[in-house]
Write a protein that binds this ligand. Structure first.
Ligand code: ADP
Ligand code: MG
Length: 239
């Protein structure tokens, strides 16, 4: 079981309830778009999935491991791209990835092999010796996506990975990550507030004010409507 399951997850910041009884599952190899406007609770959910925050309310299962009972095993199975970039801008692409590999206990030949494969997968091999600071936004994001593949995760979590990028770059990165689920069998949770990043074949989970309002294939949910119209009708918010 390599999917992701969230059961009755709630979280509050003081009086502010950010997540209310959130339950959903993503099957192995599925691309799931988590669509919600700013403030919906997407990043809060990611903080719980990555154990930056913990809560006694609810349960998270990653690749068959309960995050509370087996945190190391569960966390070893996820690859994460956070909303804010976490690259070291003074280091080259390759160095950023080497340090990450070492953090996961990989070194030497095995690390080199996986780094090469990940860079190749994201079409970043030619830029391996460039400093992260000298890359454009799209290439920085690609570097982060390559990095999150090195330890051979089963589940990828990406929190608004295309924010601030131009349309063509957004499209290329969205395509790359769809390809990782379709061809490499990775389970993907992709948070976004942009309806145009969601495909009909994606699972669509709509999060609004901390609650899940819809969960089905995008095609089934939107029917004959444009997704943005479906979303507006459902939430009263633009996407
Ligand atoms: P999203 O990522 O979907 O934009 P967030 O998870 O960042 O949403 O935020 C969900 C809600 O929780 C928002 O109303 C936000 O203002 C609130 N929130 C987020 N972080 C904090 C915090 N550290 N303290 C208090 N409220 C917060
Ligand atoms: Mg966010």
């Amino acid at each position: 079981m390599t999917g992701l399951h969230v059961e009755k997850l709630s979280y509050r910041y003081g009086a502010k309830q950010a997540l209310k009884q959130v339950s959903f599952g993503v099957s192995p190899g599925q691309f799931c778009a988590l669509l919600g406007p700013n403030g919906a609770g997407k990043s809060t959910l990611f903080s719980l999935l990555t154990r930056l925050f913990t809560t006694p309310d609810g349960q998270i299962t990653i690749a068959g491991h309960d995050l509370r009972r087996e945190p190391r095993k569960a966390l070893a199975k996820i690859g994460v791209v956070f909303q804010q970039s976490t690259l070291d801008l003074d280091l080259t692409v390759h160095r950023n990835l080497t340090y990450f590999a070492a953090l996961h206990g990989l070194s030497g030949r095995e690390a080199a092999k996986r780094i090469d494969a990940a860079l190749d997968r994201l079409n970043m091999s030619e830029r391996r010796h460039e400093r992260a600071r000298d890359l454009n936004g799209g290439h920085r994001r690609r570097t982060e996506i390559a990095r999150c593949l090195i330890h051979d995760p089963a589940v990828l979590l990406l929190d608004e990975p295309t924010v601030g990028l131009d349309a063509a770059t957004r499209r290329a990165i969205t395509d790359h990550v769809h390809d990782l689920s379709e061809n490499d069998g990775l389970t993907v949770l992709w948070a976004t507030h942009l309806a145009d990043e969601v495909r009909d074949t994606d699972q669509l989970v709509v999060l609004h004010h901390g609650e899940i309002l819809a969960n089905n294939s995008c095609a089934a949910l939107r029917g004959n409507q444009a997704l943005a119209d479906f979303f507006l009708d459902l939430t009263g918010a633009e996407a």
